[in-house]
Design a protein. Structure first.
Length: 397
């Protein structure tokens, strides 16, 4: 059995806020779309995953994926209705001749393996099968004044979910026929199957398989992700040295300290922030300060080094990471650090958006040994600790 999945991601729905269609919103560090794709692409029974996106969303789509599982094909462009978009995806899959297709809303990121298994299993006996939940609430029909007109019997009523599974040739034929007949407003694929006259079975749905629609749904999904997410600890280290030159103050941890010399460097030469920047980049394996801010680029001449640390923190957070603590040790005969320690802690905490108790600032002399002992410069060593979302999916693609 060759099983394809079709992820319908062409919608414009942006009620979740931010002006971005909801499938491109991130929850738990991953876009909703990536989560939907992974659910199928990493399922052992699924050979192909085809996404359908809006014509305007090419770059949003590219930016939304942090990994591309082997089963994932290049996206195709959808049409003016959901129905037209599904048909575009089916036509794109036709050359692959799958036996079965699972048509799934990109806004349902929590579909799990068991649900996919139930739909696929039902397709052995039925040309179509969808997951659904029995309606549990009492249903009311209201009049125009929002007064109850009647209570509706809920017996036999179900809420349809996706993925909706079909024998591929049957649903492709039905879609083609519906298009020829001029229909373009079927809201799900089971309805097209009903219209075409083939039976569509119901299998047990999953209350967690929600369709994300509103900002409140995103907040709930975020909370659910955080509760379920495994976070792995990451450690990074950084080291930097700058020599003294003629001047009257040094910058250390974003604080200007009067001194007999300044530190020489392309930027403000804040050796401590440079070491901290490298430590943070180290936690996510994202190069070093010289790679992101090349000294050869005149843009960084005289730059305030908090810009470098801010960017390193942004890169960590873009991965869903949380900075746990940072710690810096300065090696210097002078100036004395003690009187400035609290200000330095506060400044680093402010730059990183963490509390000051998560920032260590320490200093030691070199007992007049070596170059630092001869007051030729200052060394900074730093560590950073980060919690990063861990997904087994990341190891499989
Ligand atoms: Mg440096």
């Amino acid at each position: 059995m060759r099983v394809a999945a079709l992820i319908v991601a062409a919608g414009r729905g942006s009620r979740v806020g931010g002006g971005v269609p909801k499938q491109y919103v991130r929850i738990g560090g991953e876009t909703i779309l990536q989560r939907a794709i992974d659910a199928f692409a990493l399922h052992p029974a699924v050979a192909l995953v085809q996404s359908v996106i809006h014509a305007d969303d090419g770059s949003l789509y590219e930016d939304s994926l942090s990994r591309r599982p082997a089963a994932l094909r290049a996206p195709v462009t959808g049409g003016s209705s959901r129905q037209a978009s599904v048909r575009a995806g089916l036509e794109a899959l036709a050359a692959e001749e799958p036996d079965l297709v699972l048509i799934h809303d990109a806004a349902r990121p929590f579909v799990d393996r068991g649900l996919i298994d139930r739909v696929v299993a039902a397709l052995e006996r039925h040309p179509g099968a969808i997951p659904a939940l029995a309606v549990a609430d009492t249903l009311k029909r209201a009049d125009a004044g929002q007064t109850i007109a009647e209570t509706v019997d809920r017996a036999g009523l179900w809420r349809a979910q996706t993925p909706q599974g079909f024998r591929f040739a049957r649903i492709l034929d039905a879609h083609r026929a519906a298009a020829v007949e001029g229909f373009d407003d079927f809201t799900d694929d089971a309805a097209i199957g009903e219209w075409a006259g083939f039976p569509v079975a119901l299998v047990e749905g999953d209350a967690r398989n929600i369709k994300i629609t509103t900002a409140a749904d995103v907040a709930d999904a975020q909370a659910a992700c955080e509760a379920a997410m495994t976070m792995e600890p990451r450690i990074g280290t950084g080291f930097d040295v700058h020599r003294f030159a003629e001047g009257s103050s040094v910058w250390l941890c974003g604080v200007e300290i009067p001194h007999t010399h300044k530190l020489e460097g392309h930027s403000d030469a804040d050796v401590a922030l440079h070491a901290l920047t490298d430590a943070l980049l180290g936690t996510i394996g994202d190069g070093d300060i010289g790679q992101h801010f090349p000294p050869s680029d005149p843009k960084w001449k005289g730059a305030a080094s908090h810009l470098f640390l801010t960017e390193a923190a942004r890169r960590v957070r873009a991965r869903g990471g949380r900075i746990v603590n940072v710690d810096v040790t300065l090696l210097a005969e002078a100036p004395r650090i003690g009187p400035y320690r609290a200000a330095m802690q506060a400044r680093v905490a402010e730059i990183l958006g963490i509390t000051a108790d998560r920032v260590g600032v320490k200093a030691t002399t070199m007992e007049e040994l070596g170059s630092i002992g001869r007051r030729e410069g200052i060394v900074a060593m730093a560590n950073a600790s980060v919690l990063l979302p861990f997904s087994t999916a990341q190891d499989q693609s």
